[in-house]
Design a protein around this ligand. Structure first.
Ligand code: 6PG
Length: 264
């Protein structure tokens, strides 16, 4: 699946426009989930569940809209999938900066997601530390004792900030993660608000990570991440037993090329 400038490096797929990127990303995400559903069905699992985590920001909005419309609306195994948030800004749910609000607008209010299958961060709690703690507690209820100490999400969708951040892990913003699955981070990025975020070890336990990058303002960061610049948090996403795919439009991939497609 390549078009645009035709890069088919190890894990980088380039689409000519943001609209084609969104469509391709919906298709890839559906493909990952469909494959997982087929595996679970073959295994005879009596209560199959697929766990995915979605990022906020603006890039994935159109992808979520595609996912909630035909042909995916009918084909996506909504009854098996549980949706979690990669991160959330510490703002009220109706705030225009809320990632949960964006998910509601673009996906959850359009697709037949069963009740109880979307797990939002509760930003009505006392603060992001409490929000992270309670969110992790809820996830631990679904994953009591994961091997290796971190649950293996079937798919995690990540964006990339111009500064190379991903989730709410920002360059130069220290955070203690330890064995935590979710933590609170200090105000950084745009909007500069406190956040709750997945930790890197949790992201790196995933089976599949899909990065989305759109626009020329992401070209430098995407090149940095593809070439493994250690100063960029997104460069540290490297699941030991998982696969990372980068989907970008031509503008975002303008500075990348085949030699950058893999990790040096
Ligand atoms: C957030 C996101 C964040 C996002 C990047 C890219 O809460 O801001 O989770 O990690 O993916 O900042 O954001 P855009 O897609 O808006 O460029």
């Amino acid at each position: 699946m390549t078009s645009g400038n035709g890069i088919t490096a190890e894990r980088l797929f380039v689409l000519p426009t943001p609209e084609e990127l969104a469509r391709a990303a919906a298709g890839r995400f559906w493909g990952i989930v469909r494959e997982r559903a087929a595996t679970l069905s073959r295994s005879g699992n009596s209560a199959p569940r697929i766990h995915v985590a979605l990022s906020g920001g603006e890039t994935p909005r159109r992808m979520y809209e595609f996912l909630s419309a035909e042909p995916y609306r009918t084909r996506f195994p909504w009854d098996l999938v549980h949706f979690y948030q990669v991160d959330e800004r510490w703002v009220p749910p109706e705030d225009s900066r809320s990632n949960g609000r964006m998910l509601l607008e673009s996906l959850l209010s359009r697709a037949p997601v069963p009740a109880g299958h979307y797990h939002p961060v509760d930003t009505g709690l006392a603060g992001p530390e409490e929000g992270a703690r309670r969110y992790e507690e809820a996830l631990r209820a679904a994953y009591p004792r994961p091997p290796g100490g971190f649950p293996r999400f079937d798919a995690i969708l990540l964006g990339i900030g111009m500064d190379g951040h991903t989730a709410s892990l920002f360059p130069g913003v220290p955070y203690e993660e330890g064995a935590a699955w979710f933590i609170a981070t200090d105000a950084a990025g745009d909007p500069p608000v406190r956040r709750v975020t997945m930790t890197l070890p949790l992201i790196n336990a995933a089976a599949q990570v899909v990065f989305l990058a759109s626009g020329k303002e992401k070209a430098r960061a995407l090149r940095g991440v593809l070439s493994g610049d250690p100063g960029l948090p997104a460069s540290r996403v490297s699941p030991a037993r998982g696969k990372v795919t980068f989907l970008a439009d031509a503008d975002a991939a303008a500075l990348a090329d085949a030699k950058d497609g893999g990790r040096r």
